[in-house]
Design a protein around this ligand. Sequence first.
Ligand SMILES: [Zn+2]
Length: 44
Amino acid sequence: MMKSLANAVGGKTARACDSCVKKRARWYCAADDAFLCHSCDKFA
Ligand SMILES: [Zn+2]
């Protein structure tokens, strides 16, 4: 199985934020291995 995180980050994803799960994720945080929205990124 292959992970294609590069595609997920670079593409036009509509993936939900892994932290709040309410907003659309905008960043991939490698340290937390999670996708975060703009709001949650402030707390990371
Ligand atoms: Zn969030």
